[in-house]
Ligand binder design. Structure first.
Ligand SMILES: [Zn+2]
Length: 226
């Protein structure tokens, strides 16, 4: 007859206690922790309910594929860049980022030979055109702080299914080039189109196929997710 195994430490050993899922992030936690935190793990309990709710809504929208196309709000927010109606606008390099004496043309030409990078331009009317690119994709942003325009270029060719984490583009600070936030998938364009947009805009020939859509919070986007 086989002997019964001797169970050691079942009276309170945390290793053998069946863990339960945190109601929020589904991490496994000890029942007594969950009970003390209203069903949450030690991390989630520190996050205000409003932010946890935002995160839940983001995750839900992501799982339903809603984040891969512009929202109704974004589509209704189409902005006309103030430079568009003018034909004597000039675009210059962001002086904080470009320390060398280069022309916009030289920078664009160089960028097209690079595997990845950023382009930061300022118009004579004070708007910004920021471009991030890698081997596959580009993202074009148009910003006019005075008018509160923070837009991305949307075309029929923008990516509409999850960008892979190694091709995901980051929004960088125009002054120092340091990465800030991850661009949502729907901001990503084929690289060649991103370059075409920046070339045409700097030549005062705004491509009619681009919609400049205003975006708000993009801070939940993570590499390869969102
Ligand atoms: Zn949690």
């Amino acid at each position: 007859m086989r002997e019964k195994p001797i169970l050691l430490g079942t009276g309170g050993c945390e290793m053998t206690e069946t863990k339960v899922e945190c109601n929020e992030c589904h991490a496994l936690v000890l029942p007594k922790i969950a009970a003390a935190n209203g069903g949450l793990c030690a991390q989630c309990v520190k996050i205000p309910e409003k932010l946890r709710q935002e995160r839940r809504e983001y995750d839900k929208a992501l799982s339903q594929g809603l984040l891969f196309v512009p929202s109704k709000n974004e589509l209704e927010s189409t902005q006309t860049p103030i430079e568009r109606a003018q034909n004597n606008v000039s675009w210059e390099l962001e002086p904080e980022f470009y320390k060398q004496q280069l022309s916009v043309m030289q920078v664009l030409k160089h960028a097209k030979s690079e595997a990845l990078g950023h382009i930061f331009l300022i118009s004579s009317l004070g708007s910004r055109l920021n471009v991030a690119f890698n081997g596959l994709y580009g993202v074009c942003e148009y910003q006019n702080e005075e008018n509160g325009f923070f837009c991305y270029a949307y075309t029929a060719d923008n990516l509409n299914s999850q960008v892979g984490d190694n091709a995901h583009l980051v929004q960088a600070c125009p002054c120092c080039g340091v990465g800030m936030l991850w661009y949502p998938t729907r901001f990503h364009l084929p690289r060649s189109i991103a370059f075409e947009i920046v070339e045409r805009v700097t030549g005062n020939d705004w491509p009619p196929y681009v919609k400049w859509l205003e975006y708000d919070d993009i801070s939940y986007t993570e590499p390869g997710r969102g």
